[in-house]
Design a binder for this molecule. Structure first.
Ligand SMILES: [Zn+2]
Length: 281
């Protein structure tokens, strides 16, 4: 089934890339009584893990076709990398994609930009990302400063992707409009230039919030629970807390690479939040 949402003249299509298991080795604070309660409330074992999606998105307006993030490709094994198939199943070809907006350059968002030969999968697409994100991944000193990320091959992958799209990479100031109605939103912390993407038309808007949340089950209830992949966990917590508090007062719809469905953020359960899907199904 293809999940589509209309935002004025835009159509947003969720491209499921795979399902990952978010456990207490990723979100350490969930190895606790509070964590056990949440896992059990979802019908899971008390120690987790919680199955969570990896999504990319296609954005269509008239004959324009864009992607927002691109899934894992071959990076995380054969259970992942389904976003390109999902794009084809939705009726599109890779050469129709004219631009790809990247929330950040972790492997589950950019691995799907290249094929097994390291070549660009989307031959006509320009990549768009924030200047801060571009600076972090292209700074020759970053791998020394972040040896764990270097060992995991993340800088190697980011370099391969940027090389495959050489001459077709545009780094923009945070907050920039990419095309009319579609803007980057600075949500730094998970990575130094991590950004959301806001889509606005007429009186409707959707925020694709990147990796502000990796598990709606765990981190909406406890926004101060970080995931091990945050480059700056404290900044990531501040960004999440600020954004959730703001969204709880707004009509903005949210979607995410690690969120199932699209809905509104509402306050709940003394200091936590929930994703209200009810008015948009
Ligand atoms: Zn991610």
């Amino acid at each position: 089934m293809i999940e589509e949402h209309r935002i004025g003249e835009f159509t947003l299509i969720t491209l499921l890339d795979g399902i990952f298991l978010c456990g207490t080795e990723m979100i350490r604070a969930a190895a606790s009584e509070e964590g056990a309660e949440l896992f059990k409330s979802a019908g899971l074992p008390a120690s987790g893990p919680s199955p969570e999606p990896i999504n990319a998105f296609a954005l269509k307006r008239n004959d324009e076709l864009w992607l927002i993030d691109a899934g894992c490709g071959r990076e995380l094994g054969p259970r992942f990398g389904k976003a390109p198939e999902a794009l084809r199943a939705a009726g599109y070809t890779f050469d129709q994609v004219q631009g790809i907006i990247l929330s950040h350059l972790h492997e589950d968002h950019v691995g799907g930009l290249i094929n097994e030969d390291g070549l660009a999968l989307y031959p006509n697409a320009t990549l768009f990302l924030s200047e801060e994100e571009w600076a972090f991944w292209t700074d020759a000193t970053s791998p020394e400063q972040y040896p764990r990320m270097a060992e995991a091959g993340l800088f190697r992958l980011a370099t391969s992707v940027l090389e495959a799209y050489a001459g077709r990479v545009t780094a923009l100031p945070a907050n920039s409009e990419v095309i009319p109605g579609v803007s980057l939103v600075p949500l730094h912390g998970h990575t130094p230039g991590h950004s959301g993407v806001q889509i606005r038309d007429a009186d409707q808007q959707v925020l694709i919030w990147g990796d502000v949340i990796h598990s709606t089950l765990l981190q909406l209830r406890y926004p101060d629970w970080s995931i091990g992949f945050d480059v700056d966990p404290q900044q990531a917590v501040r960004t999440r807390e600020r954004l959730l508090a703001q969204l709880a007062t707004e009509d903005t719809l949210v979607a995410g690479p690690h969120v199932t469905g699209i809905g509104r953020i509402r306050s709940c359960c003394s200091g936590g939040y929930r994703l209200d899907l009810s008015r948009y199904q």
